[in-house]
Design a protein around this ligand. Structure first.
Ligand SMILES: CC(=O)CC(=O)C(=O)O
Length: 232
């Protein structure tokens, strides 16, 4: 087999609770505007359907740790989310079959350069500058669905420096997890290793260097992230 002209990139992966095996991340799909209360706080139109966007797989930061305050923003926001990870996929998955493709769940953060979002939304430009930058997806360890069951409700909470900022039941999602999988598979052949960040509830806000963010969800392993000094 011919060699590559450069070293290949490391495989992005997540830890699996109670296992030495790793979950290999293929693609990171994200759902935006999936909770009414968040749509309202963003002054967006709640009659519009949720939106689909992506982050690169190497935006994933395993189990938190420290992430730098990124370049190219002065308004860096947290968005706590339920993350669904897939063991199988396909096109046109039905809502009824969707849960059979789920390997497990984790909590994660869709970190956002909020200062760039307004212009992007107003001008109808792509979302990459605001969402798809380096280290923008800290994600905790994956709990297997066979351990926690299929999650349709449960409290998702984010604390910043110990103070609750986001606290909502995932049952309030506009597109539920099974509907998200069905919708995505209308547009993409979902693959084993694809992961889905399912949208954030209300209470998003800015962080500064030194802040400590704790994401929790009943039945899942928690994740803690610290915001480090500005990246150079
Ligand atoms: C406007 C947003 O913040 C979209 C998003 O990422 C979400 O709702 O989640």
């Amino acid at each position: 087999m011919a060699a590559y002209v450069l070293p290949t990139a490391a495989q992005a992966h997540l830890d699996v609770v109670g296992s030495d095996e790793k979950f290999p991340v293929r693609r990171v799909y994200c759902i935006g505007k999936n909770y009414v209360a968040h749509i309202r706080e963003m002054n967006a139109d709640e009659r519009d359907p949720p939106v689909i966007f992506m982050k690169p797989a190497d935006a994933v930061v395993r189990n938190g740790g420290e992430i730098p305050y990124p370049v190219f923003t002065e308004n860096f926001h947290y968005e706590c989310e339920l993350v669904v990870v897939l063991k199988s996929g396909g096109y046109n998955i039905s809502v009824a079959d969707a849960a059979s493709h789920i390997y497990g769940y984790a909590v994660g953060l869709d970190m956002t350069r909020r200062d760039h979002q307004k212009g992007v939304l107003e001008k109808g430009l792509p979302w990459e500058v605001t969402k798809a930058f380096d280290l923008s997806a800290p994600i905790g360890p994956v709990t297997r669905a066979e351990e926690c069951g299929v999650l349709t409700s449960g409290q998702l909470t984010l604390k910043v420096n110990g103070e609750v900022k986001q606290d909502a039941d995932i049952g309030l999602m506009i597109w539920k997890v099974d509907e998200i999988i069905a919708k995505l598979s209308e547009q993409h052949r979902l693959q084993p290793g694809d992961i889905i960040m399912t949208g954030t509830p209300a209470g998003v806000g800015a962080v500064v260097t030194g802040d400590v963010l704790d994401c929790t969800m009943e039945g899942l392993e928690p994740m803690q992230v610290r915001i480090g000094p500005k990246a150079v």
